[in-house]
Design a protein around this ligand. Structure first.
Ligand code: PBG
Ligand code: ZN
Length: 327
């Protein structure tokens, strides 16, 4: 085995062309999933204060946005809905004429091949902002699963291409898969938020989705930040229950988890670069404390290098434009 001075690792770094030749991880448009927030009304485009460049959009605006996303070559969007009114049981989530159901129908009509993924949870739809139905201050697992099943079916009936449960209730993937199959939606994949941590990085999202819990937090269903082996158990049960794609969330602070999950299961693995990750990069970029574009690409390349096959990111459009510019 050669050692220095025969061995010189810098030989493969001397110029851009040789660096291009040996690069191991390359971000492409096909890696991207773009999150979008739908609200009721007309001509609405409200910027989220803590997420510059991210908007709540009424369906008319959202449809135009999706056309642009498709044109940019981004394969998929994931939709979050902010309903008109919220109640104890999150009825807006499984209303056949709910915000997401309407949005999906409109987007599918206006686009050709854009994949429309829908986030399935109750927290955007409940008056208390929790991810399930409550008994006192406790979230009831099985009762919540029944409602998540209804929500999933109504998304599929509206035309959703992929169903993405983000609630972290036990047993929901199996229940949703079974119901989808019984209703004839055997070809619709389930992308499970399988490994979702109780994270401080979701703060800005809760402004965007207006889903901050009225009391308490999400630690009774989302994972403890300190745990890693448990992530494998979460992923394993969702795979056993029929998940087609498993997700790790957040991404940047959990690269070790992405790596372990990918290594162990070799499943199509998604990672969610969440609102707080986006907000931090944006804020530092705007202050000229970091080079925003450079850190955007670096953060996403690192997530892919860790093992993610696809990345949900608020930077999706910026990345697509960057890739067009730097071809
Ligand atoms: C809903 C949901 C959340 C996110 C995605 N789906 C918020 C939460 O669990 O509070 C977070 C996404 C982000 O921060 O960008 N259950
Ligand atoms: Zn939730």
């Amino acid at each position: 085995m050669a050692t220095y001075p025969t061995k010189r690792l810098r030989r493969l770094r001397y110029n851009p062309t040789v660096r291009d030749l040996v690069r191991e991880t390359v971000l492409t448009k096909n890696d991207l999933i773009y999150p979008l927030f739908a609200v009721t009304g007309q001509k609405i485009k409200n910027e989220i204060k803590s997420m510059p460049g991210v908007f709540q959009m009424s369906i008319d605006v959202l449809v135009e946005e999706c056309k642009e996303v498709e044109k940019l070559g981004i394969p998929a969007v994931i939709l979050f809905g902010i309903p008109d009114h919220k109640d104890e049981v999150g009825s807006g989530a499984y209303d056949p004429n709910g915000i997401i159901q309407q949005a999906v129908r409109a987007i599918k009509k206006a686009t050709k091949k854009l994949l429309v993924i829908t986030d399935v949870c109750l927290c955007e739809y409940t008056s208390h902002g929790h991810c399930g139905v409550l008994h006192g201050e406790k979230i009831l697992n099985d009762e919540t699963v029944d409602l998540l099943v209804r929500e999933s079916i109504s998304h599929a009936e509206a035309g959703a291409d992929i169903i993405a449960p983000s609630d972290m209730m036990d047993g929901r993937i199996g229940a949703i898969r079974k119901a989808l199959d019984e209703k004839g939606f055997t070809e619709i994949p389930v992308m499970s938020y399988a490994v979702k941590y109780a994270s401080g990085y979701y703060g800005p999202f809760r402004d965007a989705a207006e889903s901050t819990p009225a009391f308490g937090d999400r630690r009774s269903h989302q994972m403890d930040v300190a745990n890693s082996n448990e992530a494998l158990r979460e992923a394993e049960s969702d795979i056993e229950e029929g998940a087609d794609i498993i997700m790790v969330k957040p991404a940047g602070a959990y690269l070790d988890i992405i790596w372990r999950v990918k290594e162990k299961f070799r499943m199509p693995t998604a990672a969610y670069q969440v609102s707080g990750e986006y907000a931090m990069i944006k804020a530092a970029g705007r202050n000229n404390w970091i080079d925003e574009e450079r850190v955007m690409i670096e953060s996403l390349t690192a997530i892919k290098r860790a093992g993610a096959d696809m990345i949900l990111t608020y930077f999706a459009k910026d990345v697509a434009k960057y890739l067009d510019k730097n071809r």
